[in-house]
Design a protein around this ligand. Structure first.
Ligand code: G6P
Length: 369
């Protein structure tokens, strides 16, 4: 009913707008009073386990897998433990290398995805400790994992995941910081700065939602297109994957995400006049590299929408349109950069007259293989 949607036309739009609150709720109680440390009372590990971990496997499906890719980068940066992030339906059948010093992290909004649960059971049978990052209290993942980190996003109704993704990111950043502290990693020295920046994210997410009208106007122009490409490097590539999935799921436009540097190895052949390209440029250390990829697609007359920082003075010269997000640490950019991409998918879908909350052929939670 309209009341359940809180005045929004669709659950998806409501859930996109709930992100500032969802981020705040996921942070609540997890930062020490002095702002210096992560608090994760819910994790109870045997003595020395944190010290002994020698590899981390992140396993998930869909949007949760995309969150895992950001999480893998965050964990490696702060803990220097090797991390892989894998699709559950691949992981469960490939005889992964697991030892007692492997930590497995599964990410699942619903806590009921069949492939993810099967991967969890496989790892547990081999004696690995499993942390579940999930949104649903009492779900199978929450019951079966050794430790549970809840993403306090609140119920997510729309099939296309939005606030679950951003709160998974928040949980992963916190967890990475916490693990670095537990191990006394060099990266732990960065934790206070990261925590300060995380605390600003609810407000900055609110500002990022302010791009809504601009994105809507743009989506209306774009809605008749059949193909779109998303490019970025590093964390921007991980967000590109999520932006592309969102667009496919609900607008039914064909969308592909590419690591920007990989374009020249094939996909560039598809870049012709007026093909839409969304280019993410939030990773300052990779800025010039991504810019040169943008110039490559502009040379082929693609129509480029840049997703850039509010203070980026260069980008407008090289792209056709810019959507700007508020400044935060590049490390945390995915939380804000995904917001205009969620809105883009939403408004492209409504412009095409699709059933936004219930896209064809898709289910909110895939409980059979
Ligand atoms: C389905 C949903 C996706 C979701 C994926 C994984 O495909 O449509 O939105 O990302 O399952 O779901 P989970 O509940 O495990 O995060």
């Amino acid at each position: 009913s309209a009341a359940e949607k809180g005045g929004y036309e669709h659950f998806m739009l409501k859930e996109i707008h709930e992100q500032p609150k969802a981020i705040r709720d996921t942070l609540t109680g997890r930062i020490s009073e002095d702002g210096q440390r992560v608090v994760f009372d819910e994790i109870q590990w045997p003595e020395n386990f944190a010290q002994n971990i020698d590899r981390i496997h992140i396993v998930a499906c869909g949007t949760s897998w995309h969150a895992g890719m950001v999480g893998a980068a965050a964990l490696e940066k702060l803990t220097r433990i090797p991390v892989s992030c894998e699709i559950a339906s691949e992981y469960r059948y490939r005889d992964p290398i697991i030892t007692e010093n492997t930590l497995m992290i599964i990410i699942t909004q619903s806590g009921e995805t069949a492939d993810t649960l099967a991967a969890l059971r496989e790892a547990k049978a081999r004696g690995t400790r499993v942390v579940a990052i999930t949104n649903v209290v009492g779900s199978s993942a929450a019951r079966e994992a050794d430790d549970v980190v809840f993403t306090w996003a609140g119920p997510e109704i729309s099939v296309a995941s939005t606030k679950a993704y951003t709160t998974q990111l928040i949980s992963l950043y916190l967890f990475a910081g916490w693990l670095a502290e537990q191990r006394g990693s060099v990266g732990a020295t960065q934790v206070p700065e990261i925590l300060a920046a995380l605390r600003e994210l609810p407000e900055l997410a609110e500002k990022a939602l302010g791009t809504s009208d601009e994105v809507k106007a743009f989506a209306n122009e774009w809605a008749s297109k059949e193909h779109a490409f998303f490019i970025g490097r590093g964390l921007d590539y991980a967000v590109s994957l999520e932006g592309s999935l969102k667009l496919k799921e609900i607008s039914y436009m064909h969308a592909e995400a590419y690591a920007a540097g990989e374009l020249k190895h094939g996909t560039l052949a598809l870049i012709v006049e007026d093909v839409p390209v969304v280019a993410l440029v939030t990773q300052d250390d990779l800025y010039d590299k991504t810019l040169s990829n943008i110039i490559e697609v502009k040379t082929r007359d693609a129509y480029v929408l840049g997703i850039a920082w509010e203070d980026d003075k260069e980008i407008a010269k090289s792209v056709d349109r810019v959507i700007r997000i508020p400044r935060t640490l590049p490390f945390l950019a995915p939380v804000l950069a995904v917001i205009p991409l969620q809105l883009l998918a939403y408004y492209a879908s409504t412009a095409r007259g699709n059933d936004v909350d219930n896209p064809r052929n898709l289910a909110k939670s895939v409980t059979v293989e």
